[in-house]
Design a protein around this ligand. Structure first.
Ligand code: MN
Ligand code: MN
Length: 299
């Protein structure tokens, strides 16, 4: 739970998180490189005195989450894309988390509308005493009403200090869970709608990692990368791209990352891909549960 000062900080973090995804929304256009959007928005947030709770995620088409541009990433948006922008600012260990979806193609508006309607109805149902299963049931219904399927192995979550994914899990369907929301909880609600099978799995690419604990590292280059990670990012998620400025080469940097992962010093957050290669829409907001409902923090 958060004290009053932390709640005020969280409102500022939420507002900056929302500002950042709106800025990204304005930049995402066919032909624009993903890396240019990510770097501009992340710089804007830092220039305003905030940290990054996690790298700007720009997940496209059947990528549901966790894609962030790689080092020297040449990838650009196309006019056929549906793009999820997911991001959170940070201050004093207090974290934001929110997302919007842009359909550049114009072909997936029912998925986008389903995810947005699901988020709206979920927010309207949040209050002390409601179970997470009930929230999930409303989310699934809103998505299905628009002809999509909810992604069942992704969902919302509590947001703790230095802990982006804390209890309770907020499912995107009625999973029968009886976890009860309580006044003062901060939760992120994130419906995902797809025209695929409704499940995600780990994809081939991984550009986001997180420090988990000390380990025996022999390679000097890998040791140096680990020192930079713990000094700059602590135990929050980071992008490999953020380390490129001080690396000798892209090749040696990714080799060091592999070594750190193998040794158990960092854990990977690979891109999550819809298993039927369906297109995916997402909406996300972070709210604080109040006596008679909730207040949206990411606005
Ligand atoms: Mn989230
Ligand atoms: Mn998110």
């Amino acid at each position: 739970m958060y004290n009053d000062e932390e709640k005020r900080t969280l409102e500022g973090v939420g507002a900056m998180s929302y500002k950042a995804i709106q800025m990204a929304r304005g930049l995402v256009k066919p032909g624009v490189r993903l890396v240019d959007v990510a770097e501009k928005v992340e710089k804007f947030v830092m220039d305003n005195g905030f940290g990054l709770a996690f790298p700007l995620n720009l997940s496209v088409n059947s990528e549901a989450a966790h894609y962030t541009p790689s080092v020297e990433d040449e990838r650009a948006f196309s006019e056929n894309d549906i793009v999820k922008i997911d991001f959170g600012a940070e201050k004093d260990g207090l974290l934001g988390d929110c997302a919007v979806c842009i359909d550049l193609s114009g072909h997936y508006s029912s998925l986008v509308e389903g995810a947005e309607a699901a988020l709206a109805v979920a927010i309207s149902r949040v209050r002390p005493g409601v179970t997470t299963g009930e929230i999930g049931r409303e989310i699934a219904k809103a998505i299905e009403d628009k002809g999509g399927r909810p992604i069942r192995n992704l969902g919302g979550h509590g947001v703790g200090k230095h802990d982006l994914h804390s209890e309770p899990f907020i499912p995107n369907y009625d999973d029968d869970s009886k976890n009860v929301l309580e006044e003062g909880m901060v939760i992120a609600i994130e419906p995902f709608a797809t025209d695929g099978k409704g499940l995600v799995t780990d994809g081939d690419s991984c550009e986001i990692y997180q420090y988990v604990g000390p380990a025996q590292i022999r390679q000097p280059a890998a040791r140096q990368v680990l020192e930079e990670v713990t000094a700059k990012y602590g135990s929050e998620p980071f992008a490999v791209r953020w380390l490129a400025r001080s690396a000798q080469s892209k090749f040696s940097l990714y080799a060091a990352i592999r070594e750190l992962e193998r040794a158990g010093a960092i854990e990977p957050h690979p891109t999550l891909v819809e298993i039927g290669r369906g297109h995916v829409a997402q909406a996300e907001a972070m709210v604080i549960v109040e006596k008679d409902g909730c207040k949206v923090l990411t606005k």
